[in-house]
Design a protein around this ligand. Structure first.
Ligand SMILES: [Zn+2]
Length: 316
């Protein structure tokens, strides 16, 4: 049977968890759907990734209001992808924080990415009409930004390219808690359509060097012991490394993309095939890996039309 495009067959609602990681730190997770992180300081609240729409964000706000009445002052974008950032307006935050690279990616491809992701994820965008437009950062940093939320130190760090060029993590140094965005996934397939696959494993080493004891991945359950954190880091690293190696080997022997896709899909399926969105991600991941292994150092812009053409070429 033909596979439905991207996540168009994924229509079952997910169960949401709101997990306390420590004093004033929470993870909003949903069985492999995009996660949101929450940090509560002395005087305000920070939200890390917003959910796909303002309507979805309202449920995050409801959970936050069960634990604090402090104002939500900060939204951090771990990267530019629509499913993570287009709910931002719901929080009415004073500041939307992003890396300079993420800002530039929104300028360059935000509009195309929004249209592409709305087609890919109909369930996440079922309240698409509540989105007022692209989410624009109001505070843009390079490399690192330290924010004191009262006595609580929050480090906003760009540690290297991986899932995108602008990947940003939020690090609580005292609590050793890391919010990784899509640089790390757990029980969910890493999406690599906009990735730098040769850099990604090295960037994960830099995350590991922080020695996090708790980690909220981009998708999947919150990781609450050093052993679970390492499993998340290693699983992501293994997937990215093996996927790229398989595609590069195929490209070097001059195989057509469709054959490389079939080979890579079969070789990764036994180990990673149970991770959510495996079938959704694989065509985009293999396509980007092929580009990086051949003639495109930077990811090409996905449009709704390019998405469908690729799907037909690889799955049709
Ligand atoms: Zn992403």
């Amino acid at each position: 049977m033909e596979k439905k495009f991207a996540s168009q067959a994924d229509l079952a609602e997910k169960k949401i968890s709101f997990v306390q990681l420590g004093e004033g730190a929470y993870a909003y997770t949903a069985e492999g759907d995009p996660n949101t992180g929450i940090v509560i300081g002395d005087d305000s609240v920070m939200v890390i990734d917003t959910q796909a729409t303002p309507v979805m964000a309202q449920d995050v706000i409801r959970r936050i209001r069960e634990v604090t009445d402090k104002p939500i002052k900060y939204v951090v974008m771990s990267h530019y992808h629509a499913v993570r950032v287009l709910g931002a307006s719901a929080y009415r935050a004073d500041h939307i924080i992003a890396s300079q690279d993420t800002y530039e990616l929104i300028v360059e491809r935000g509009e195309a990415d929004m249209k592409s992701e709305i087609e890919r994820f109909p369930r996440l965008f079922q309240s698409v009409e509540s989105i007022p437009g692209l989410t624009w950062p109001t505070l843009v940093f390079k490399d690192a930004l330290t924010l004191w939320m009262g006595k609580r130190e929050v480090k906003i760090l760009q540690l290297g390219r991986g899932h995108t060029r602008g990947d940003t993590v939020v690090w609580l140094p005292k609590e050793k808690t890391l919010f990784s965005g899509d640089l790390v996934e757990y029980g969910a397939t890493p999406y690599a359509g906009d990735a730098y696959l040769q850099d990604w494993p090295k960037t994960l080493d830099r995350l590991r060097a922080l020695r996090p004891e708790k980690l909220v991945p981009g998708r999947g359950d919150a990781l609450v012991t050093p052993g679970q954190v390492e499993a998340g880091l290693k699983g992501t690293q293994d997937f990215v490394t093996q996927m790229f190696a398989s595609v590069r080997a195929g490209a070097q022997t001059g195989k057509p993309l469709r054959d490389i896709y079939k080979d890579t899909y079969s070789s990764l399926k036994p180990k990673f095939g149970t991770w959510v969105i495996f079938d959704h991600c694989m065509p985009f991941d293999v396509s980007r890996a092929y580009d990086e292994a051949t003639q495109y150092p930077d990811p090409r812009i996905w449009t709704a039309q390019r998405d469908k053409e690729l799907w037909t070429a690889l799955e049709g």
